[in-house]
Write a protein that binds this ligand. Structure first.
Ligand SMILES: Nc1ncnc2c1ncn2[C@@H]1O[C@H](COP(=O)(O)OP(=O)(O)O)[C@@H](O)[C@H]1O
Ligand SMILES: [Mg+2]
Length: 427
C-alpha cells in the first residue's frame, strides 16, 4: 500500500527509514521531506499544514495511510479534516484528533487534564490578562526558580525559568502583553521541580497502548548541559535509570490514567503520546505531553523497534492494538546531532557536507540539509543526526562520536558529552 508521511526533519527521516522497511509499504511519499527521506521514498513539496494540497496528493497517489511527524498539522486538526471529508475518511491518520492534540497545543488544558485524572505534576495556576494581579500574588507564594509557560505552541521557546521573583513578575507581565504573541495570551505559572528528565513514548489506539523504548534527550547547546536551549543536541535509548520499579510507577501513575482519561473525556486519540517526565527522588512527575514523537528521541527510539511499524499503525487505526506486541532490541542507541556553528542563534547555511558516504556503522539521519546543484549542503541549525547501536551505551556513544568527527562541513558543532550524566550509573 501507499503511505504518506508528513514532515521534514531528522524524526521524519527515521520514520521514513522504518516505514520503508515494512513489507506492507509499496510506495512511501513524504511532504515535504528532505534529502534523507528521499532515500526511502518520494518527496513532494507540500507544506505540512496545507490540508487541501495534502488531500490532492492523497487522492492522486492512492494513499492508504497517513503518518504525521510534527505537532502543527495535528494541533490544526488534520485528523478531523480527514474524518470529515467524504473522499478521505477511509484513510487512517496516525495522530490525535484536534481536541486531543490540545494536550500539546495548550499547556493549561494539559495541566487541567493531569489534575482531573490525578496524574502527579508540579503545582500551578494559569492566568490570562484579566487576572494579572492574582498571578502576581500567586508568584509571590512560590519558591524560586519559578517556571512560566506560554499556553500555546511556541516552537520550544515559550518556557521561561526565572531565578528571582522580580524577574518572574516582570516576565509574567511581558508574556501576557504579547511576548510570545497569541501563544502567551494565557500563562501557566508553576513550581520548579528539581530532578532528572526523561521521555516515555506510547503508541495508542485510544483504548490500549504499546510502550515504546524510553529515551533521554539533551536540549542545551553546551557540554555539561549549559547554555541556550535547542531543539535537541542528542539522545540515548534506553534510559539506564528507568528500571522496572520506576517504569511500573510511570505506567500506573501516568500512562494508564492518561489513556483512561482520554476515553472518559471522549478525546479521540490514535497515535503517539510523548510523556515528558521529571524524576524526583525516584518519583515521576509529568512535565508535559506532546502529541507526537520527539526529535531527536525518535532517531534513538525507532532503530530499536524490531516490530513492523506499519502493521502496528494499522492495528491502531482498527483499534486492535490489544492483539499486538512490540519487539524491542536489547541494544543501546546513541544519537548525536551535528549543528551549524552559532545555532540556536544566528548561523550560516549553504555549507558543503562531506564524509557521510564513508560511514557504514552508524545511521546518518538528515535534519537540515538540501541538495543544491547535485551537492549536499546545510540548510538549517540542526543538520544531521548520527545514530549508532551498541551492546552498551558507551559503545553506541563511541561509534556515534567517531562518525560525528568524520562528517565535515564549515563551522560544524556537536556535543561530545551526550550521555555524560548517566554513564556512571548502571548500563
Ligand atoms: N516544573 C518544572 N520544573 C523544572 N523544570 C521544568 C518545569 N517545567 C518545564 N521545565 C523545563 O523546561 C523545559 C521546557 O518545558 P516544557 O513543558 O517541556 O515545554 P516545551 O517543550 O513546550 O518548551 C523542560 O524540558 C524542562 O527542562
Ligand atoms: Mg518539552
Amino acid at each position: 500500500m501507499n503511505i504518506l508521511l508528513l514532515g521534514s526533519g531528522g524524526r521524519e527521516h527515521a520514520f521514513a527509514r522504518s516505514i520503508s522497511q515494512s513489507n506492507m509499504c509499496s510506495q512511501l511519499f513524504i511532504t515535504p521531506g528532505n534529502p534523507g527521506t528521499a532515500q526511502h521514498g518520494k518527496n513532494i513539496p507540500i507544506g505540512v499544514t496545507d490540508f487541501e494540497a495534502i488531500k490532492k496528493c492523497c487522492l492522486e497517489n492512492k494513499i492508504e495511510l497517513v503518518v504525521v511527524g510534527p505537532e502543527d498539522p495535528l494541533v490544526n486538526g488534520i485528523y478531523d479534516f480527514f474524518i470529515s471529508d467524504s473522499e478521505l475518511k477511509s484513510i487512517p491518520v496516525i495522530g490525535p484528533s484536534k481536541d486531543a492534540a490540545q494536550l500539546e497545543g495548550s499547556k493549561a488544558f494539559a495541566k487541567e487534564f493531569m489534575l482531573k485524572h490525578h496524574i502527579p505534576t508540579a503545582a500551578y495556576q494559569s492566568f490570562d490578562a484579566s487576572r494579572i494581579e492574582e498571578g502576581l500574588v500567586f508568584i509571590r507564594t512560590l519558591i524560586t526558580p519559578v517556571v512560566l509557560k506560554a499556553d500555546g505552541l511556541a516552537a520550544g521557546k515559550g518556557v521561561l525559568i526565572c531565578q528571582t521573583l522580580d524577574e518572574a513578575e516582570e516576565e509574567f507581565q511581558n508574556m501576557l502583553h504579547g511576548k510570545f504573541g497569541a501563544a502567551s495570551e494565557r500563562v501557566v505559572v508553576e513550581e520548579f521541580l528539581h530532578g532528572t528528565e526523561m521521555s516515555v513514548f506510547v503508541l495508542t489506539d485510544g483504548i490500549d497502548y504499546l510502550l515504546l523504548p524510553t529515551a533521554k534527550d539533551y536540549k542545551r547547546i553546551g557540554e555539561g548541559d549549559t547554555g541556550l536551549n535547542t531543539g535537541g543536541m542528542g539522545a540515548i535509548s534506553p534510559v539506564p535509570f528507568a528500571d522496572d520499579v520506576l517504569m511500573k510507577k510511570i505506567v500506573m501513575r501516568m500512562i494508564r490514567p492518561t489513556i483512561d482519561g482520554l476515553q472518559q473525556d471522549k478525546l479521540v486519540y490514535k497515535g503517539f503520546i510523548y510523556f515528558g517526565l521529571m524524576i524526583v527522588h525516584n518519583e515521576p512527575f509529568m512535565i508535559e505531553y506532546n502529541c507526537r514523537m520527539g526529535d531527536p528521541e525518535t532517531e534513538a527510539v525507532l532503530p530499536r523497534i524490531e516490530s513492523d511499524l506499519v502493521e502496528l499503525f494499522f492495528a491502531v487505526a482498527n483499534e486492535k492494538l490489544n492483539e499486538k506486541k512490540i519487539t524491542i532490541s536489547s541494544k543501546h542507541c546513541a544519537t548525536i546531532v551535528l549543528t551549524s556553528g552559532g545555532y540556536p542563534e544566528y548561523y550560516e547555511k549553504g555549507k558543503t557536507i562531506n564524509g557521510i558516504d564513508s560511514i557504514n556503522d552508524s545511521i546518518v539521519f538528515h535534519a537540515g540539509t538540501e541538495l543544491k546543484n547535485g551537492e549536499l549542503q546545510t540548510s538549517g541549525g540542526r543538520v544531521l543526526a548520527v545514530t549508532s547501536l551498541g551492546n552498551t551505551l558507551d559503545e553506541a556513544l563511541l561509534i556515534s562520536n567517531t562518525n560525528a568527527e568524520k562528517i565535515q562541513f564549515d563551522k560544524k558543532y556537536f556535543r561530545r558529552d551526550i550521555g555524560f550524566d548517566v554513564l556512571n550509573l548502571k548500563n
